[in-house]
Design a protein around this ligand. Structure first.
Ligand code: FAD
Ligand code: FES
Length: 295
């Protein structure tokens, strides 16, 4: 059992929890995720690691209630427990394996959308702790949905924008990135984009035009998180990849976003799931618990 040490509401529909999970906290790196389960029969919920404290043995998650399980999860309080808190899962961000002196020469820009701000924070913090302060563009629909502003300011050069102009400036993260490059003459060696798939797709279209290599963190439907069920299948550079074990981070210019978004939609109906199973046969081999399996 994994004790919730802190539970707080960050914004209108965004919640933060610190969870006591010493083994996960000791081993995790930026870019990785956990799968949580509220009770024995609970659904498995993949969530990106937003922060971790290996001395305290705690891991921070930030989530947005969108369906049955996450809506139930928002009612958990400090002192309650998760039945399972499995991780760290997925591959750490590529830069964690790079030579620090080489990394220091790079100009990095992060573009985050909505709750995607949470997974961007540990990456910026990791870099900042090593003397690298990257630019971070954070976009939210309105002022009320901006999260972690103070924490982000400590570890990055922060540019905030809101779709409706209710805070700082009006427009999307892509507008800010274009202005920084085209009006302010900034040069970036790499862009990291994290947020809803549609937002990552548009960041990639822009960075292709601006010739900036781009990494994205994919968040398809996941079930087992071990590469066995096929639910998180993606097409990257024409090859089948599983976000849970090959990612979640990929070269954004090689990801087939249209297919990824189509699959996400198809998982929403019984008919769509049956069709996926029929089309993908052995690759989506039916053990995912969503399509009903090969019974
Ligand atoms: C690697 C990874 C990291 C993630 N990190 C975070 C995070 O840090 N914070 C956060 O709030 N969410 C994150 N998510 C998404 C989160 O896992 C889903 O929102 C959650 O599982 C939905 O569970 P539910 O039972 O409440 O909703 P469900 O009842 O399962 O679904 C409700 C609706 O949301 C859709 N949906 C379900 N899962 C996803 C998904 N992965 N992406 C888009 N739509 C989905 C369903 O199709 C359905 O329409 C992450 C997902 C992945 C794969
Ligand atoms: S969640 Fe990735 S293969 Fe099952």
């Amino acid at each position: 059992m994994y004790k919730i040490l802190k539970a707080e509401q960050l914004a209108a529909n965004i919640y933060l929890m610190d969870v006591e999970a010493p083994r996960v906290a000791k081993h995790c790196l930026p870019g990785q995720f956990v799968i949580v389960k509220m009770d024995e029969v609970g659904e498995r919920i993949p969530l990106t690691i937003c922060d971790y404290d290996s001395e305290k043995g705690s891991v921070t998650i930030v989530f947005q209630p969108i369906g049955a399980s996450t809506t139930k999860m928002k009612d958990l309080k400090a002192g309650d427990y998760f039945e399972d808190f499995v991780g760290p899962l997925g591959r750490p961000s590529e830069f964690t394996e790079m030579d620090i002196e080489e990394l220091k020469k790079k100009h990095i820009v992060f573009v985050a959308g909505g709750v995607g701000t949470a997974p961007v924070y540990p990456q910026l913090k990791w870099l900042h702790e090593r003397g690298i302060t990257a630019d971070a563009i954070v976009g939210a629909k309105t002022k009320d949905l901006i999260i972690l502003e103070d924490k982000l300011k400590e570890v990055s050069n922060l540019y905030l924008t809101t779709d409706d102009g209710s805070y700082i400036r009006k427009g999307m993260g892509t507008d800010v990135l274009r202005d920084l490059v085209e009006k302010e003459g900034k040069h970036y060696d790499v862009c990291v984009a994290i947020g809803p798939m549609i937002m990552m797709k548009f960041v990639c279209l822009l960075t292709k035009e601006l010739n900036i290599p781009t990494i994205v963190s994919m968040n398809p439907i996941m079930v087992d998180g071990t590469g066995m069920c096929g639910a998180c299948r993606l097409l990257v550079d024409g090859e089948v990849k599983f976000a849970c074990v090959d990612g979640p981070e990929f070269d954004g210019h090689k990801v087939d976003f249209d297919l990824a978004m189509k699959r996400q939609q198809m998982y929403k109906s019984d008919e769509g799931r049956a069709l996926l199973k029929e089309q993908e046969g052995d690759t989506h081999h039916g053990g995912c618990g969503l399509c009903g399996g090969d019974k």
